[in-house]
Design a protein around this ligand. Structure first.
Ligand SMILES: [Mg+2]
Length: 493
């Protein structure tokens, strides 16, 4: 293990919710819940204000509404989050070639590999500067953990939240971990926690005292040995950049479950193509295609198929993913889909794929036809509408507008030619011919309530209500959270 705290873990603070608060001045300092707003929606992120009511991610939105009835409930705007994520990852890549993203808003960085830090002081200086840069570029805050291992760096960023930096000096790890609950260790969920508690093991120090044999007896060979090593703060896992990894995968979480099988297939195709793009971008090919499906009840399954040789052919990956999907029951609805390729090699044996050439031609024609549909985001799929709360909403948002015409239209699969019908999802951007940019505060009963404000408004904007088919109202684009620099203007005076 290294002797300097030069592994950095960055985690943006309440990422989606913070982005929404930055975009919507009226929500700053308020309880905001981003997630699925449909009947079986689940919370993706809750603002710190909402967490005070006990709301947390992965909680059913219905439960969150009962806990925080006055919170704003918003449908995610993944386009915006992805753009911000790219800005953040670019800042990290400027520090080191070894950046390992864990999600849109979380990554490990090996500062030593980037030669930007070699000891505690230089590592801390990098962390301080990074946090300032993230603030300046994205308008949002992120927390930084610094330690000599990935495990401790992640624990440190958790301690640093929100909007902080924690450095764990090498040599102090065991003293820090010892008195903490076993739950602080990665891989210890409620079940393992219970199991250990029944054996009288509550703290990390007690794991260390119990010894490896006892841990293996309790939890099995690999989990037990792994946990014992973690308790001793032994963690040698390297930060792995995507190009060096053993697999490449992409996944999407949907705010509203996808029920339509045709839609599920289309999403899997899109993911397969994105996955191959990344694979090719890294100059790699792989042998095993993996499909990941998380269903409405959060049960997650993965299916894989190993090919006869490595490929980076989109048609081959797409077809393998499609075959894997056929064996998966998705009738209850799908929350998340992922496609990955593992068993990576640096070369391709195209000739092993007799079927590929034929499949590729067919797929290319289809891909062209699909281009337009592919652009239609999945965010709007399914039933939605209704921000509850928004205390000062004159004319107010109306929740759960069952039977609304908008809703009936929403169930259809995206059509590649016809533009999708306008749907006013809470939190999403609109533009009014006279009043300019704003966002949907709620809709229902044939009306949509809009708050007219931008990320740059100094005070909360005004609320107005329109008929849902008002010709002056159109779907808008997310505005950057940080106002783009204007041309240097010759200000008089
Ligand atoms: Mg985060």
């Amino acid at each position: 293990m290294r002797t300097a705290p030069t592994i950095l873990h960055l985690d943006m603070d309440a990422f989606y919710a913070s982005a929404e608060q930055a975009a919507k001045p009226s929500l700053r300092g308020k309880a905001v819940v981003v997630g699925g707003v449909g009947p079986r929606g689940v919370v993706a992120t809750a603002s710190y204000e909402a967490r005070r009511f006990g709301v947390h991610s992965a909680m059913p939105t219905g439960q969150a509404r009962r806990l925080a009835p006055n919170a704003a409930f918003l449908v995610p705007r993944f386009h915006l989050y992805r753009e911000i994520s790219e800005q953040v990852m670019a800042l990290l890549r400027a520090l080191s070639p070894l950046v390992e993203p864990l999600s849109l808003d979380e990554a490990f960085v090996d500062l030593e590999a980037g030669e930007v830090a070699w000891d505690a002081a230089s590592a801390e200086a990098v962390g301080v500067r990074l946090r300032a840069d993230i603030r300046r570029v994205t308008g949002l805050t992120g927390s930084v953990g610094l330690a000599a291992s990935k495990m401790l760096a992640k624990i440190a960023s958790e301690e640093a939240k929100p909007n902080g930096l924690v450095l764990i000096p090498p040599g102090t790890e065991r003293a820090l971990l010892g008195p903490r609950s076993v739950r602080i260790l990665p891989g210890v969920g409620p079940a393992t926690g219970d199991h250990l508690r029944r054996a009288g093991i509550l703290t990390v120090a007690e794991i260390a005292e119990a010894g490896e044999d006892e841990l293996v007896r309790l939890l099995g060979k690999s989990h037990g040995a792994h946990l014992y090593a973690m308790a001793l703060a032994h963690d040698d896992r390297p930060v792995v950049a995507e190009r060096d990894s053993k697999s490449v995968s992409v996944e999407d979480t949907y705010d509203v479950d996808i029920h339509d099988r045709v839609r599920v297939r289309m999403e899997v195709r899109r993911l397969a193509e994105r996955c191959v793009e990344r694979l090719r971008g890294a100059g790699r090919s792989g042998r095993t295609v993996v499909l990941k499906v998380r269903r409405y009840d959060f049960s997650t399954l993965t299916r894989s198929e190993t090919l006869r040789g490595p490929t980076d052919d989109p048609a081959v990956v797409r077809e393998a993913a499609a075959r894997l999907l056929e064996a998966v029951d998705t009738t209850g609805g799908v929350r998340l889909l992922g496609v990955g390729v593992s068993g990576l090699a640096d070369y391709t044996q195209e000739d092993l794929f007799a079927q590929a050439a034929h499949a590729a031609e067919e797929a290319e024609a289809e891909a062209e036809a699909e281009g337009a549909a592919g652009a239609a985001e999945v965010e709007g799929a399914g039933e939605a509408v209704g921000v509850s709360g928004g205390s000062e909403a004159g004319g107010g948002p109306v929740g759960g507008a069952a039977g609304d015409a908008q809703e009936a239209a929403g169930g259809e699969a995206a059509d590649p030619v016809e533009p999708a019908p306008r749907r006013w999802l809470p939190g999403h951007d609109v533009r009014h011919a006279e009043f300019g940019p704003g966002w949907v505060q709620g809709s229902g009963l044939g009306r949509v309530t809009v708050r007219f404000e931008t990320p740059y408004s100094r005070v909360p904007g005004r609320v107005r209500t329109f008929l849902v088919d008002d010709p002056d109202l159109e779907v808008g684009e997310p505005l950057p959270l940080v106002e783009p620099l204007k041309e240097a203007s010759a200000e008089p005076g």
